[in-house]
Design a protein around this ligand. Structure first.
Ligand code: HEM
Length: 236
């Protein structure tokens, strides 16, 4: 069930991400330039996978020509504004934004890849994949999703620096001395530490006394029956 939900959600994530990137291109062009480390404004701008922004270009990245223009404006020849157009003190820290963006998108495609493998096997063979690597990838997908989530947040928030209201108010002008913050923060940490302790306690209890599973007619738990049946057929 979670795999089916993931198989539907992962492609949607890419479509939503594409929509988000196009609205960033329209409304926060400097942030878009930081996503890609684009220094000079360019028509037919490329995307670089990986690499490092060293002040006026991306070094050691793999270029995919014209892809940035195509993704951002649905036109491979569209002009994309570079970082050069804004004063240095109005640019975000490019490598932080870029690495966070690439991490998020990379994980997004990895999750979609896992979903595609699942769908392919399910639709063709009517069973779950059997490769141990598939299940290793599933185990990795959970923590990686959290990493993508945090990377997404870093992309959004660091990407719009130094502005708190884009183009109007700088973050340093918006800082207030909210004195309640330490109390709120400590309470939050305590609540989450309590939740963590409760989860560990419950999981350890469950592990010591596993819940009894009702067996289906084929001798396996009903949820696994679909996965086990083709195996039985193959043996006959
Ligand atoms: C191909 C995949 C993806 C693309 C193209 C994409 C694109 C984007 C873009 C352009 C933004 C910035 C929006 C802005 O600054 O206004 C963003 C933010 C974000 N993304 Fe992704 N993303 C992808 C995958 C993912 C995945 C897999 C996750 C989490 C599992 C994720 C979580 C987030 C989060 C939490 C934000 C911050 C939203 C906010 O604070 O408003 N993204 N994404």
């Amino acid at each position: 069930m979670p795999l089916t939900v993931a198989a539907l959600a992962a492609p949607v994530q890419i479509v939503v991400g594409d929509w988000a990137a196009r609205s960033v291109a329209r409304e926060q062009p400097t942030k878009l330039a930081a996503f890609e480390g684009l220094y000079a404004s360019e028509e037919g701008a490329a995307v670089h996978i990986g690499g490092w922004y060293d002040g006026d270009e991306v070094r050691y990245g793999v270029p995919l020509p014209r892809l940035l223009s195509l993704l951002a404006f649905h036109d491979p020849g569209a002009r994309v504004e570079g970082l050069q157009g804004v004063p240095p003190d109005e640019r975000p820290p490019v490598n932080v934004v870029r690495i966070a963006f690439q991490t998020m998108v990379g994980i997004g495609f990895l999750l979609a890849g896992i979903a595609a493998v699942y769908l392919f096997v399910w639709l063709r063979r009517k069973r779950l994949p059997r490769s141990a690597w598939f299940y290793r990838a599933i185990v990795a997908a959970g923590p990686l999703s959290v990493v993508a989530l945090i990377a997404g947040w870093v992309t959004t928030e660091v990407g719009r620096q130094p502005w708190v209201v884009y183009g109007h108010m700088r973050t340093e002008e918006a800082v207030t001395g909210a004195s309640g913050i330490p109390v709120g923060y400590v309470s939050l940490v305590l609540v989450y530490a309590g939740l963590l302790a409760a989860v560990v306690w419950i999981l350890r209890r469950l592990a010591r006394a596993p819940v009894a599973v009702q067996r289906g007619p084929s001798g396996v738990a009903p949820l696994l029956e679909g996965a086990a049946r083709p195996e039985a057929e193959e043996r006959q």
